[in-house]
Design a protein around this ligand. Structure first.
Ligand SMILES: Nc1ncnc2c1ncn2[C@@H]1O[C@H](COP(=O)(O)OP(=O)(O)O)[C@@H](O)[C@H]1O
Ligand SMILES: [Mg+2]
Length: 252
């Protein structure tokens, strides 16, 4: 397989859990380079656990996680970040006592200076370079709020900041866990718009969210988990054609 066709991220039959409690039994998903993939499923089915395992926050008990064809099992979260994964965690987790500006520069990486662990190839293509001007162009609201503290922002502004912060690490893959949870419809729309822009610019995205309609518009592929197992995967037209999916796996 040529480098271009090789998936950016591949999770294969992943098993993991918390202490002795197994949460994932067989999760598989693929994020092709330059594409957008949704990870769906009801609450408690294993989406956040999958994201944590990908980021190296949880150990991989069985199965494999590959970045550009190389296993990254056992790497630390900071190493995953340096490889090119930017995480927007569930609940945003912006620094409350830092300003918007400080939040953005505190975790920013130098462009194109990624450290690559010895066993893993550097990204095939140069990744996008981000700076304050570019994130403020994507989220003008943040520019207006640059001197405000994290805890003075609305939920939507915090989510913009969390996305902007992840972009400042120059990711090849952006992972968003519950991308628009708890936001007003207007702010949700702004987040979806920004994600569409990022996708259009060629950023790869793995996203969890409850809004199926928006996920079908944004994403190329979809993966559904239930009780820690991948139970369905397919593209948007296959998703739309399968009337049972929502009832079986997604309806509350
Ligand atoms: N920190 C934790 N400690 C123990 N069990 C957890 C923890 N976080 C999640 N779980 C369990 O793992 C399973 C999957 O949860 P999670 O990945 O958070 O689901 P989702 O993100 O799809 O809502 C659930 O049974 C949940 O109770
Ligand atoms: Mg979750």
């Amino acid at each position: 397989m040529s480098e271009q066709q090789q998936p950016l991220l591949e999770v294969k039959h992943l098993q993991t859990g918390y202490g002795a409690s197994q949460a994932l039994f067989d999760v598989s998903l693929t994020v092709p380079a330059g594409q957008c993939v949704s990870l769906q499923g009801r609450n408690g089915m294993g989406k956040s656990t999958t994201v944590s395992a990908i980021m190296g926050l949880l150990p991989c008990w069985q199965g494999d996680i590959q970045w550009q064809g190389q296993s990254v099992v056992g790497l630390e979260p900071f190493e995953m970040a340096r490889l090119g994964i930017g995480l927007v965690p569930e609940g945003r987790q912006v620094f409350p006592n830092l300003t918007v500006w400080e939040n953005l520069v505190a975790t920013a990486a130098k462009p194109n200076k990624k450290h690559t662990p010895a066993n893993v190839k550097a990204p095939a293509r140069a990744t996008s370079s981000w700076d304050l001007d570019r994130v403020f162009a994507l989220f003008p609201k943040l520019a207006d709020r640059r001197k405000h503290f994290g805890n003075q922002l609305s939920g939507g502004e915090q989510q913009m900041l969390a996305i902007a912060r992840a972009l400042m690490t120059h990711p090849t893959l952006l992972i968003l866990d519950e991308a628009t949870e708890g936001l007003s419809p207007l702010l949700r729309q702004e987040i979806w718009q920004a994600l569409a822009t990022l996708r259009h610019e060629g950023l790869s995205i793995l996203i969890t969210d409850k809004n199926i309609k928006q996920l079908l518009t944004l994403c190329d592929h979809h993966v559904i988990v239930q009780k820690g197992r991948t139970v369905w995967s397919g593209d948007s037209s296959q998703f739309r054609a399968d009337a049972d999916l929502r009832r079986l796996y997604l309806a509350a």
